[in-house]
Design a protein around this ligand. Sequence first.
Ligand code: SAH
Length: 224
Amino acid sequence: MRIDIITVLPEMLESPLGCSILKRAQDKGLAEIHVHNLRDYTLNKHRKVDDYPFGGEAGMVMQIQPVDACISALKAQRDYDQVIFTSPDGQTLDQPMCNSLSLAENLIILCGHYKGVDYRIREHLVTMEISIGDYVLTGGELAAAVIADSVVRLIPGVLGDEQSALSDSFQDGLLAPPVYTRPAEYKGWRVPDILLSGHEANIAKWRHEQALERTRLLRPDLLD
Ligand code: SAH
């Protein structure tokens, strides 16, 4: 999979893309992530990419020309499955959406900034709008990092133990059961006996019951 991220703040993405699973996926050649500085595509001699909003509201708006130039340059080289715009009013990111995006070959993620982007970009260039939750971020970079992480970890071979993605919360519509590690007892706090029993079938049954119980308690909406 290839992901092209378009941003006015490329340095904000360096650390999330250069660590942990996203780094490992790129090192293994399973994902390629390219960050493009929007300012490299503007025709403005001061490298400006924003302007005042028509109608005189407060704040600045990202202009069409550099965004169009960057997206066109990318599209001239390959086909893209989606051109994603990160936006608080987009469809909220969830596990089914991550699963489906993980099957894509090429994705563009456009990070908004300031008051957002000229609406014509959303009407004519963007094919999908994603929000990472009902709150407002300063820019789309953190959202792009969240999308890249949640999607790339689902590509087969990226996680060391592939089972671990399958047993994560939401993957089967349930929250994950509790997990424990050594020591079996700490300050008198004991790990549930069943996990020490070595009886695989009973342990699997216990895990499923715990997952159901936690979902019923914490996220009953998932069971509807
Ligand atoms: N005026 C806009 C918010 C602009 S915030 C509004 O009220 O809808 C600046 C940029 O941050 C947005 O264009 C978007 O790219 C990004 N952003 C902010 N909150 C986000 C969220 N919850 N999910 C995804 N992107 C978000």
